[in-house]
Design a protein around this ligand. Structure first.
Ligand code: OOB
Length: 551
């Protein structure tokens, strides 16, 4: 596909021969599961259960509807769907005929969605109706005016506006009785070497990046993860984080559960009450979580009232888990932890279920696959001495070789040997596991949600009262980090955070989680010796001020 950087031929051969790449399309996960365990429950949501057999039938039906609507392999579809079973049906329906879902977040707004729609020339867009008080069909109508390629808007709601397609109706319409599904599926079978889905990058630049994950690599990603996490048909996996994020999709994610015949429980809320209720009701064994969720669970006042005896493991990643929190998990929640350092670009490091507990408290783990290669390097791309801090760079059978359609940026994001530069500063622990010590990339990690400083500074500089600004991380006890804004006002202007944020939401139409949560106005910003804004100094400054305020 145009804009996609494949692995060099020698690597392709190597990964195929080693058995990492099985040349299977992603949808075979569901096809094979439906043959092996037709009557087992695959998904539970709101007390309703769907078997693998039903899941497969729904996927096929929806795939035929997509084909009948003119979808063809390598067309793109924005998937901005909540944690609901229908999201799974649509995901597998799309990938079954090679349509590439773009895994958007519910929080994205016009700025982000219209960018994806235009950049990837999408054919379709899938949304809920009014959800969490937001009018998604209203957003879709606006996106349509900006992206002429957008033909179909699928809406998961009882009331669907004129000109958009009702997902529930399609799911109830037996199209397979009218057309020859076998022939269509044979005709539209995707090439496993091509992109199957686009994940989103946390991004370090002004515009977000799309991450092409192939059928081969994403299938392997889920399979190998599910092996090292010990998944089986007894796994009950609770998804309370956004289900379209790479973590919940494929690490091992619901794909990893379906490969082993386990059960996925979906929660539409990440609130501790919702999570604890579901663990008890559904006898959950495994929960993927960002550290903020773990902290909220540990601090829940009614924790002892719940029966959490089914729990085995928390998978904790997305941002750094501190050791003190890690130590409290077993005594208070009765479960072990596996830490995961993961990236939508591919690389995954895990502690293993049978590691000594100190390793699982202290480190972010070691490579997921024997095919992974990683180095810890200095600014000149030389290996640092063992135990020293440097940037983590990676290459392997499920790590991309380039962002979609970004040739110039790719020259910086990957080294000459094709290693992905993670921007994470790490050191190697004597046990062979990595410890994340910081990062060199200019992003904010707000409880696992990544925000590009440059992207936000561009939006903020459009505010007429600001002359100069720097968007930096400030420490937060639960989320790890929040965003603070240092700004210099234009002469004679004054404003407050509420006015700026109102502008960012109403004029710039960005996702709310990216808003700065504190504003510091200065007469000038500190600069480095070469005249760049000194963000290191600003991060220290805000950390000092917060400390002073807390006494
Ligand atoms: C996951 O993926 P992304 O793409 O949202 O974010 C990747 C970045 C990493 O480069 C690193 O900066 C940070 O998130 N990160 C961690 C971490 N896990 C991710 N930093 C410290 N400790 C960790 N354990 O966040 C992601 C993807 C798959 C599985 C899990 C997380």
């Amino acid at each position: 596909m145009d804009g996609f950087t494949p692995w060099p031929v020698s690597f392709r051969e190597q990964y195929r021969k080693a058995g990492y790449w099985q040349e299977k399309p992603l949808a075979s996960i569901i096809e094979e599961a439906a043959v092996q365990w037709p009557d087992r429950i695959a998904v539970s949501f709101n007390g309703e259960h769907t078997t693998y057999g039903e899941l497969h039938r729904k996927v096929n039906r929806l795939a035929l509807h997509l084909a009948a609507l003119g979808h063809r392999p390598l067309d793109r579809m924005i998937l901005q769907m909540p944690n609901r079973p229908e999201t799974l049906y649509l995901y597998f329906a799309a990938v079954k005929i090679g349509v590439i879902p773009i895994m958007a977040l519910a929080a994205h707004r016009l700025a982000e969605i219209s960018f994806f729609a235009e950049f990837a020339a999408v054919k379709s867009y899938a949304i809920p109706g009014i959800y969490a008080k937001f009018d998604y069909p209203g957003l879709a109508a606006e996106v349509r005016t900006k992206a002429p390629s957008l033909k179909n808007v699928f809406v998961l709601a009882d009331e669907v506006p004129e000109g958009m397609l009702p997902l529930k109706k399609l799911l109830n319409d037996p199209i397979e009785e009218r057309i020859d599904g076998k022939a269509i599926f044979a005709d539209l079978r995707p090439d496993p070497y091509e992109p199957a889905i686009f994940q989103l990058s946390g991004g370090t630049t002004g515009i977000p990046k799309l991450i092409p994950r192939t059928h081969n690599d994403y299938y392997y990603n889920a399979l190998r993860n599910s092996d090292i996490c010990g998944f089986s048909k007894d796994t009950v996996y609770l998804v309370a984080i956004p289900m379209t994020h790479n973590f919940a999709t494929a690490c091992p994610g619901w794909q990893g559960v379906f490969l082993k015949g386990g059960r996925v429980v979906l929660s539409s809320s990440p609130a501790p009450d919702a999570i604890l209720d579901l663990i008890q009701q559904e006898r959950v064994t495994t929960v993927p979580a960002v550290p903020a969720i773990v902290i909220n669970l540990l601090n829940h006042p009614g924790l002892s009232r719940y029966d959490l005896s089914s729990l085995q493991t928390f998978h904790v990643g997305g941002s750094k888990l501190n050791e003190e929190t890690a130590r409290r998990v077993r005594p208070l929640l009765g479960a072990g932890i596996q830490q995961v350092l993961g990236m939508a670009e591919g690389p995954l490091f895990w502690t293993r279920p049978d590691d000594p507990k100190e390793i699982s408290w202290l480190t972010q783990g070691r490579p997921m696959s024997p095919g992974d290669e990683f180095r810890i390097v200095d600014a000149q791309d030389h290996d640092v001495k063992p135990g020293e801090i440097g940037e983590l760079i990676c290459r392997g059978p499920y790590t991309i070789r380039g962002y979609f359609n970004a040739p110039e940026y790719n020259l910086r994001a990957f080294n000459a040997d094709g290693f992905y530069r993670s921007g994470d500063l790490c050191r190697l622990h004597e046990s062979g596991n990595l410890i994340v010590e910081g990062r060199s990339k200019d992003t904010i990690n707000r409880g696992g949600e990544k925000i590009s400083a440059e992207e936000m500074e561009n939006h903020i500089l459009a505010f007429p009262k600001i002359r100069l600004c720097a968007y930096v991380a400030m420490p937060d006890p639960v989320l790890g980090e929040r965003a603070a804004l240092f700004a210099v006002a234009r002469e004679g202007e004054s404003f407050d955070l509420a006015e700026l944020n109102d502008f960012l939401l109403s004029d710039r139409r960005i996702a709310r989680y990216k808003l700065p949560e504190r504003l510091e106005l200065l007469p000038e910003l500190p600069v480095t010796a070469v005249g760049k804004i000194n963000k290191v100094r600003l991060r220290e400054l805000i950390a000092e001020r917060l400390k002073e305020e807390q006494g």
